[in-house]
Design a protein around this ligand. Structure first.
Ligand SMILES: Nc1nc2c(ncn2[C@@H]2O[C@H](COP(=O)(O)OP(=O)(O)OP(=O)(O)O)[C@@H](O)[C@H]2O)c(=O)[nH]1
Ligand SMILES: [Mg+2]
Length: 613
């Protein structure tokens, strides 16, 4: 069975002039230095690209970086998205200043795969072992501490076969690219191709990209929808590419002038775009010794930023512009206006809480110190009160299918279990309190309930109502039974009911109601309790009155007038008019003309054999 050959990307690293470009040229037969100025000066200035195929059919692309410290930003853009490096040290010169810079960058980026290549071995064959030992000592503590070493002489080809074998082994053992369902391709180059338009290139370290995909380009001016017109890798067209590939993407929908290194092609709406992040130091000086103004390098982006130390190892970084970052992303920190790196950090939170109150920074440092490197889902849920697992996943947190201990799934949200219990108690108390204060009042409104409990998501209220067994009517809440409890008004309402039992259509007059201490609120409460029916604000009958009226009206000659109905029901126009309107509304009677109605007979579309609506 044939299998699709793996695709891998390796970046170079190492001091200026140590032979990185010469090595890649010897391995691939391609010249990575693309600019005339680079050839004239014999110096790499910007990233170079070349590729070859290894013995196991792996398609291997190289990103060749400059060694000169002036071009460190370019170097970091090449190393940023690369999972594996060829770390080059010249045998005749040994470890040098930019060897150390690149070592620091690799440490900050958390790169763990690589080969130590001792170049220019022909110039100092007897120094090779010493330089390997020196480099190993310098790389101790980084992901390259255990990297295999190979000595080469590019001009003669000595050692190249061994290097290819070693690269094959290292790449085979490197952890597979993360399986993610969203694209983030950091752009390292943008150019136009005659007849094709805008092309961007980058190292696709995770996610996939396909012909026709609709994605967004995120840059300094926000996000911009674009479509993939065609895709290339290693000079070949492809329908679809996954990690780890060098990709060239021909884009529809964007002018080349609008695209820059550090922009990113993203799956639309799949990434948080963040300016404020909390980070943990992974290498370099403690945060309080770091400059307040700095450059943050991540992916291929380099963005000015402000650093606010929270403790030695934790800091808040505010970027000059938002970037698509998630928890776990590695950052390289550099002095602005200087090629020196002073450290690395890893993103712990891309949606941190504001630090406004006194002592907030100290408390935040303590919280961050307790976080595992990939974040703590339960802590994030509790901090936010309620959050969807999809949102946490988007932030890069390790969200499983089920909520972690201490977290409940409630509808589409995850909430802290203790919070949820507290909200339930608060809601029941607030409803109870409202009823005690005003038994004939209209219960607690939903809006007031959300406010009183301080619910982070109003939508959670329905779950709380269901779980607490509260009764909801017309958007208001009662404890079960309380919606029928009339408190001090009960006696007055009972008197009204007794009177209507004797004379069903003799609705009490306003002054009679007043004498019984029954006002509009008491009538509304009685209606809610199912004890009275309000035909108009102050015109009340028993809930059985409409059905009773129908018995009388159906015996009248049809159609009938209001006067005929009034006489038959032994009542007044004050009651007869709203009663007939009520029957019309129920569909039990209907108007025939301006002065006549008739009973709608059973068997027609509506029936009147119910006693309550
Ligand atoms: N004798 C000898 N010379 C070499 C070897 N490898 C590279 N060189 C020479 O070293 C010089 C620098 O080589 P480059 O490949 O440009 O070095 P680099 O690391 O790419 O330099 P930057 O990109 O500027 O950092 C060139 O003159 C090369 O010809 C080697 O194995 N043996
Ligand atoms: Mg070079």
């Amino acid at each position: 069975m044939s299998r699709t050959p793996a695709r891998r990307v390796v970046a170079t690293a190492g001091h200026v002039d140590h032979g990185k470009t010469t090595l890649i040229n010897a391995l691939t037969g391609m010249q990575p230095d693309r600019w005339a100025e680079e050839h004239r000066r014999g110096l790499t200035i910007d990233l170079g690209f070349a590729w070859t195929t290894l013995a196991d059919d792996t398609h291997l692309s190289f990103v060749d970086v400059p060694g000169h410290q002036r071009f460190l930003a370019n170097t970091l853009a090449g190393l940023g998205p690369a999972p594996v490096v060829c770390f080059v040290v010249a045998a005749d010169e040994g470890w040098q200043a930019q060897s150390a810079d690149h070592r620091d960058a690799i440490a900050a980026l958390g790169i763990t795969g690589g080969v130590l290549v001792i170049t220019r071995s022909d110039r100092a064959p007897d120094r090779v072992d010493a330089v390997v030992a020196q480099a190993r000592a310098e790389l101790a503590g980084t992901g390259l501490a255990q990297a295999p070493a190979v000595a080469v002489c590019a001009p003669t080809g000595a050692g190249l076969a061994a290097l290819r074998r070693t690269l094959t082994e290292v790449l085979a053992q490197a952890p597979p690219p993360p399986a993610v369902d969203r694209l983030r391709l950091w752009v390292d180059r943008a150019f136009t191709l005659a007849g094709a338009g805008t092309v961007v290139t980058g190292t696709l370290a995770a996610g996939e990209l396909g012909h026709g995909d609709e994605v967004v380009l995120h840059g300094a001016r926000g996000v911009h929808p674009v479509a993939v017109r065609s895709l290339h890798s290693c000079g070949q067209p492809h329908r679809r590419l996954g990690p780890v590939s060098r990709v060239g993407v021909n884009l529809r929908g964007v002018d080349v002038a609008e695209v820059h290194r550090g922009d990113a092609l993203l799956t639309a709406a799949a990434w948080p775009l963040t300016e404020v992040l909390d980070v943990r130091r992974t290498s370099g000086v403690p945060h309080p010794s770091a400059p307040q103004h700095l450059m943050v390098h991540v992916g291929t982006a380099a963005v000015p930023a402000r650093l606010r130390p929270l403790d030695d190892d934790h800091a808040r970084i505010t970027l000059a512009r938002p970037l698509p970052l998630i928890v776990g992303d590695p950052l390289v920190l550099r002095h602005p206006g200087s090629p020196r790196l002073f450290g690395g950090a890893r993103v712990l939170d891309v949606e941190p809480p504001p630090l406004r109150r006194r002592g907030a920074a100290r408390r935040r440092a303590a919280t961050l110190a307790a976080l595992p490197p990939d974040g703590d889902v339960a802590a994030e849920v509790i901090r936010r009160g309620a959050v969807t697992p999809a949102h946490l996943r988007r932030l890069g947190l390790p969200v499983g299918a089920a909520p972690p201990a201490g977290v409940h799934a409630v509808q589409r949200w995850w909430v802290g279990a203790a919070d949820y219990r507290r909200w339930c108690r608060m809601l029941v108390d607030a409803v109870e309190h409202r009823h005690q204060r005003d038994p004939v009042g209209a219960g607690l409104s939903r809006g007031a309930a959300v406010d009183v409990v301080g619910l982070p998501e109003p939508g959670l209220l329905d779950a709380l109502i269901a779980d607490t067994g509260l009764v909801q009517r017309d958007g208001r809440l009662w404890a079960p039974g309380h919606e029928r409890d009339l408190g001090a008004a009960a006696a007055g309402i009972t008197a009204v009911q007794a009177r209507l039992a004797d004379a069903p259509f003799a609705a009490p007059e306003a002054h009679e109601l007043a004498a019984l201490h029954v006002g509009p609120r008491e009538l509304a409460a009685a209606e809610r309790a199912g004890r009275l029916l309000r035909l108009e604000d102050a015109v009340v009958v028993l809930p059985t009155a409409p059905a009773l009226a129908m018995r009388t009206l159906s015996r009248l000659e049809q159609p009938f007038t209001v006067s005929a109905a009034r006489r038959a029901l032994n009542t007044t126009r004050r009651v007869a008019l709203p009663l007939l309107a009520h029957l019309d509304a129920r569909g039990w009677t209907r108007r025939v003309d301006a002065s006549h109605r008739e009973v709608v007979r059973p068997g027609s579309s509506t029936r009147h054999d119910e006693t309550r609506a």
